[in-house]
Structure formats: structure tokens, C-alpha cells
Write a protein that binds this ligand. Structure first.
Ligand code: SF4
Ligand code: SF4
Length: 312
């Protein structure tokens, strides 16, 4: 007989609930700088288009997030303690019409390796495996997401040196690596991100195998590989348009108006899926009725625009 699971102690459950209640349920306005170097372009497209529900907050997840912030503050304090000047914490960095967005950890002057050179600082707390990998192979190879992040911050802020400053969360050991600005890398990366933001067609999958290691842990796996319809929001609507020249401005071609974040989340009754998101065969379009008809794999017909509640 299977053992009866032990219930979570009620005090711990109450603490976890407190964290969940305090957590902000948010959709990222654009693509976070911390994800910009992701290997799968399709995952970034889905991220930008809010294809999948945000991962639910848990007590553990929120505490890990807070620990990262605490570690970062302590690491910057330690730099100051040895006389390094640090400023610019949480300064905003924007690229690609505001659609690539992030906040940097800090800017430093007075690092002993190059006291007269300003460095963009990126602090990370890593487990032992990640920490050792960075020592062995360097940030570019061992942590490509972090490398892309620090490169974009240097590019946007106009500095040519970065300071990748890491802590081993298991042993409290510190390590750092000075990073040189790579203009070609940044221009290529930002051009690629711009293509992802302004396309209506999902880029190719990194693998056709849902069990591929990146796909297995990808939150968009069900939409990407398993024929799940994405969330109903403006971002998956055929009328959604990202705009150039602003700070993450988007609009609706159907109503010819800019869209607030709340409007995007709510969608409107005229919402019609961008067919590139629909995993069925498109068989008809009725422009007057504003419907698109699809045949599902089981042969049944689904009319988008007429049966919105089915997709919600
Ligand atoms: S499931 Fe795989 S192919 Fe699809 S978006 Fe995620 S990483 Fe990319
Ligand atoms: S038609 Fe409605 S759901 Fe579609 S983009 Fe416009 S406001 Fe959003």
C-alpha cells in the first residue's frame, strides 16, 4: 500500500502562502535582457507574445528570487568596503525600441585590476557546478545568457568593460572575470531580437523533439510541441502590432489604437488568433464576419472568432 503523504506543517504552509500572496503576477512587457542570449529564438518569440501562462509563484521560488537580490546587495557592499566606487544600481537599460529591457546591477570604478576603467557590473550567485564551470571555461562559454546580458548592458550604456562578479552559493567563495565589449556580438544579437519582436511567424524550433534538453524545461513546450492553443491576449491576436520608435509601444490594427498592458492582458471580443499560433489546418477566412475556420487533427471544424470561449 502506498504510504500516506505527510501534510506540510501548517506554519510553513502559511509562510509559503504569504510569499505567494505578496508575489506580483506579471507579464514581461518585452524581452528581458537576462533572456536575450537564449539559444532558442522561438522561445523568445513565445515569451514576447505571452504564449504560455506565467509560471505560478511558490514560496520557494520567491525566496530564491529574494536571495539573489540579497546576494547582489552584499556583493556590491563588499566592493565598496575595499574602496571601489559603485553606482547605477537598478539603472534601466533599453534596446530595440524599448522591447529589450533590463536593470543593471551596477557600475564600478576603482577595481584593483584596472583602477581607472569604468566597468558595468553583473553579480550572480551560482551553485558549485556553475561556479566551477565559469572558473574553468569563462563566462562566454559557461554562462552564455550572462555573457549576452553584460554585453547588452555595455552596449546600451556605452562602456567597453564589464565585471562579471560571481559567488558560489554553496561555499560563499567569490570569483570575477573582466569582460571586453564585443560590438559585433551585440549588433548581431540585437538584430536577431528585433527580427523576433517584429515577426508574426514563430521562428523555427531548436529541436523537433519535445524531450530535447532545452525543450523539456521550456515553459512553452505544450504550445510549441503538443498542439496547445496559446493564451488569449492581444499578443497572440492577428491585429497585434509592436511599434517602432517608442519605449515598448504596441498597438491594435483592428481598433487603430495603442494598447495598455491591462488591455493586452484582457484582449477584446474581436480577438482572433494569429494563424501562426494555431496548430490546425486553416480552411477558410471570412473577412466580413472576422472569422477564420480551421480543421482539427480529428477532422472536426473550429471557427475562430465565433467560438472564443472554446479557446480561452
Ligand atoms: S519547446 Fe523547445 S523548440 Fe519550443 S520554444 Fe521551447 S526550447 Fe524552443
Ligand atoms: S482586436 Fe482586440 S484582442 Fe486583438 S489586438 Fe485589438 S484589442 Fe487586442
Amino acid at each position: 500500500m502506498a504510504p500516506i503523504p505527510k501534510p506540510k506543517p501548517s506554519t510553513i504552509a502559511a509562510i509559503d502562502k504569504h510569499y505567494v500572496d505578496e508575489a506580483r503576477d506579471w507579464d514581461s512587457l518585452g524581452i528581458s535582457v537576462s533572456l536575450a542570449g537564449a539559444e532558442c529564438a522561438r522561445a523568445l518569440f513565445y515569451e514576447f507574445r505571452w504564449a504560455s501562462k506565467p509560471e505560478p509563484a511558490t514560496g520557494k521560488r520567491q525566496r530564491l528570487f529574494e536571495r539573489g537580490q540579497d546576494d547582489e546587495e552584499k556583493m556590491l557592499r563588499d566592493l565598496r568596503a575595499i574602496g571601489v566606487e559603485v553606482w547605477g544600481e537598478q539603472e534601466r537599460a533599453r534596446a530595440v525600441h524599448g522591447f529589450v529591457r533590463g536593470k543593471l546591477d551596477g557600475i564600478a570604478l576603482g577595481l584593483l585590476e584596472a583602477p581607472k576603467t569604468i566597468h558595468v557590473v553583473e553579480c550572480k550567485s551560482l551553485n558549485t557546478k556553475g561556479f566551477k564551470a565559469v572558473i574553468k571555461d569563462g563566462v562566454k562559454k559557461a554562462k552564455p545568457l550572462h555573457h549576452a546580458q553584460i554585453q547588452i548592458y555595455m552596449h546600451v550604456l556605452g562602456y567597453d568593460r564589464g565585471y562579471y562578479y560571481i559567488k558560489c552559493a554553496d561555499t560563499q567563495e567569490y570569483h570575477s572575470e573582466r569582460v571586453e565589449y564585443d560590438v559585433e556580438f551585440c549588433l548581431r544579437l540585437l538584430a536577431n531580437l528585433e527580427r523576433i519582436i517584429f515577426t508574426d511567424v514563430p521562428p523555427p524550433k531548436i529541436s523537433e523533439d519535445p524531450e530535447f534538453y532545452l525543450c523539456r524545461f521550456c515553459k512553452h513546450n505544450s504550445v510549441c510541441h503538443n498542439g496547445l492553443l496559446p493564451r488569449v491576449t492581444c499578443r497572440t491576436c492577428i491585429h497585434f502590432q509592436p511599434e517602432r520608435g517608442g519605449d515598448c509601444h504596441v498597438s491594435c490594427a483592428r481598433w487603430a489604437k495603442p494598447l495598455s498592458i491591462d488591455e493586452q492582458r484582457a484582449a477584446c471580443p474581436a480577438m482572433l488568433f494569429n494563424p501562426a499560433f494555431v496548430p490546425y489546418e486553416q480552411v477558410d477566412v471570412d473577412e466580413e464576419a472576422e472569422t477564420i475556420t480551421y480543421r482539427k487533427p480529428d477532422g472536426s471544424i473550429w471557427i475562430d472568432g465565433a467560438t472564443r470561449e472554446e479557446a480561452a
